[in-house]
Structures are given as structure tokens and as C-alpha cells.
Design a protein around this ligand. Structure first.
Ligand code: NAI
Length: 332
């Protein structure tokens, strides 16, 4: 099977290399097709996300991506935003589940954040009105709103989940979130057997840090989803353990929630679990369900045993020691 691998920047090559090793040990044979993206690609091709890399994903349909550095406030447009928009990866899906062995204030968290990935404030439409005044346009379309809410309901149905919470701010952004909310209610009508709950995004933030166990599937627009995804990652152990997927009708790109971690890059300290679990979601997506389940089980065993863990997990190990454990703990 051929799958595109974007190693990315910073700790990207370190964590994707660990994933390659664990996937190989699970018995799934993958011919990884390397797709350059990130700072090196910018230097080499004059574009941090070369068209040739997008073409590779168009050809092979599925990719695993390491994090890419985006310089703040200048230079290139975000690679991730461009990737999602170019391939119409309209749904970001982040499962957030308590992991035994990772100390957090809560037990039994089990929710999924579904984020609209292509528009909202990330549509990239900003301009200077007059010096000192900048406008950012928040784009909400009926088509994208219906599509993402329907996706959340279908995901709930397929995974036996019971409640979809639509998060919004329609009391203030009456037109844009007003349209989104209207679409959400209409789509919810198609799924009478799944509870539909609508909540203001600020209230979601309050309640989710008080008791995340009462949430099931959450769906929202782009910026809210970006923030809530990281907040939820923090509820179960942080960026080093939470996987993610960017899905469209034709293509799928799997990637960890975390960034390129320049503070620890090149030191062999990166935790590969988030990227590995994204790899497990990818294996599940391509039908390698058994290997995906075994990798997930190995992650849980490794965290429970607590041997060889990286520093962010409270251990004194490194990428190499944790990868070794993850391979050893793979069941036959
Ligand atoms: P970051 O996620 O890279 O790092 C935040 C903190 O978490 C740092 O202390 C880092 O050491 C730690 N951390 C992150 N991943 C870790 C891992 N796997 N193991 C151990 N520790 C880990 O976020 P930051 O610093 O805000 O962003 C750095 C760069 O990454 C920026 O250029 C940003 O644009 C980019 N970024 C890229 C993403 C992507 O490609 N999907 C997502 C988020 C940020």
C-alpha cells in the first residue's frame, strides 16, 4: 500500500520516523511516498506546500503529516490551511479520550471534536481598510455548514454515539452563526434518534472544564474548533497524546494536534504518541483495523506500564525509548 508521508518541520521527522517503525512492527507493509512540506520545502521549491506534494496526495488519496512551522504574522500562508482548502478536507476530527496512566483531573472523558476546516475566519480574507484598521472576513456558507453538521451526525451514528452539541455564538454573530445554527437545526431534524444540543461557545468552555464527561460529539466552525480541540487535548494529557484527522470526500490527511515544537526539536525528546495514534486512525481508515486496534492497545499498555516515557509524560526517557516500548507492547 502506498501512503504519502509529510515529515514536516521541527520534531516532525522524529515523530513520523517513530510511527514508521511501529507501523512496520505491526505487520502492515506501507510504501511511504515522501511529500516535502514546511521550511525546507520553502527553501528548496519556493513554496512551503509545493503543488507536487498536493498532487501526490491527490494520486494516493491518503497521507500522514508531521507538524509544519508557520511563521507568525508574516511570510507564507499557513501550510495547514492551504492543505485543507486545496484538498477540501472539510472535517477535522479529534477523538479525545482518557488514557489510563496519564494523570489528569478527569476520568472517563470520551468525546470527539468535529471542526469545520475550510472557512470561517480561516478563509484567509483579510485586508487593510485604512492604515491602522484591518478587516478579517468570517465566511459561513450554507453548503459547508450543512456538510459539517451532517458529517458529525453520521459519525455519531456510525460510532454508536448519542448526542451532538453544536457550539456557536449566534447571539452576537447573528448573521454568520445565525445561518450556521439554522443549518444545524435542519440537519439535526434528519437524525431524530440522536440528541441535538445547541450551546454558546463560551458556555461550552466553562462546562467542558468543569465536567467534560457530559459531552459526546461537538461540532463547530473553524476558529472555535481550533481552540476547543487544544482545550480538549489538555483534558486528557496534552498535545503529545491526542490524534487528529482531516477528512474530505476524496482525500484524508492524518496528523497530530501538536506543532513542530522548536524548543525540543533535534534533541530526541519528542513524544511520538499523538502522531502514532493519528497513524492508527489512518490504518483504520484504509481498512487495517486489526493493526490500528493493536497500536491503540500498545499505546495504552505503554502508558500504563510507564516505562521509557518521554518527559512531557512525566518520564525520563526519549523518543527512542518510548518507541521501543511501543513496539514491544504490540500484541501478536
Ligand atoms: P507546539 O505544539 O509545537 O508546542 C507547544 C509545547 O508543547 C512546546 O513546549 C512543545 O515542546 C510541546 N510539545 C508539542 N508537541 C510535543 C511532543 N510531541 N512531544 C513533547 N512535547 C511536545 O506549539 P507552538 O510552539 O505553538 O508551535 C510551534 C510551531 O508549530 C509554529 O510554527 C506553529 O505554527 C506550528 N504548528 C503546526 C501545526 C501543524 O502543522 N499541524 C499545529 C500547531 C502548530
Amino acid at each position: 500500500m502506498q501512503i504519502v508521508l509529510i515529515p514536516g518541520d521541527g520534531i516532525g521527522p522524529e515523530v513520523t520516523d517513530a510511527v514508521k517503525k511501529v507501523v512496520a512492527a505491526s505487520g502492515v507493509k506501507i510504501d511511504w511516498i515522501i511529500g516535502p512540506a514546511g521550511l525546507d520545502a520553502a527553501a528548496q521549491y519556493g513554496d512551503p506546500l509545493p503543488e507536487s506534494t498536493l498532487d501526490l496526495i491527490r494520486k494516493h488519496r491518503v497521507a500522514l503529516k508531521g507538524p509544519c512551522t508557520t511563521p507568525v504574522g508574516k511570510g507564507y500562508r499557513s501550510i495547514n490551511v492551504k492543505l485543507r482548502q486545496s484538498l477540501d478536507l472539510f472535517a477535522s476530527v479529534r477523538p479525545v479520550k482518557t488514557l489510563e496512566g496519564v494523570k489528569t483531573p478527569f476520568e472517563d472523558v470520551d468525546l470527539i471534536v468535529v471542526r469545520e476546516n475550510t472557512e470561517g475566519l480561516y478563509a484567509g480574507l483579510e485586508h487593510q481598510v485604512i492604515p491602522g484598521v484591518i478587516e478579517s472576513l468570517r465566511v459561513i456558507t450554507r453548503a459547508a455548514a450543512e456538510r459539517i453538521v451532517r458529517y458529525a451526525f453520521e459519525l455519531s451514528r456510525n460510532q454508536g454515539r448519542h448526542r451532538v452539541t453544536f457550539c456557536h455564538k449566534a447571539d452576537v454573530m447573528r448573521m454568520s452563526d445565525g445561518l450556521f445554527l439554522k443549518c444545524a437545526r435542519e440537519v439535526a431534524d434528519e437524525f431524530p434518534f440522536i440528541d441535538f444540543n445547541e450551546m454558546l461557545i463560551d458556555n461550552v468552555c466553562l462546562e467542558i472544564v468543569q465536567d467534560p464527561t457530559k459531552f459526546d460529539v461537538l461540532v463547530m466552525e473553524n476558529l472555535f474548533g481550533d481552540v476547543i480541540s487544544d482545550l480538549c487535548a489538555g483534558l486528557v494529557g496534552g498535545l503529545g497524546v491526542v490524534p487528529g484527522a482531516n477528512l474530505g470526500a476524496r482525500y484524508a490527511v492524518f496528523e497530530a494536534v501538536h506543532g513542530s515544537a522548536p524548543d525540543i526539536a533535534g534533541k530526541g525528546l519528542a513524544n511520538p504518541i499523538a502522531c502514532l495514534r493519528s497513524g492508527a486512525m489512518m490504518l483504520d481508515h484504509v481498512g487495517e483495523r486489526d493493526a490500528a486496534a493493536r497500536i491503540e492497545a500498545s499505546v495504552r499498555t505503554t502508558l500504563q506500564k510507564g516505562i521509557g516515557l518521554t518527559r512531557d509524560l512525566g518520564g525520563d526517557g526519549n523518543t527512542e525509548t518510548i518507541t521501543r516500548e511501543l513496539i514491544q507492547n504490540l500484541s501478536a
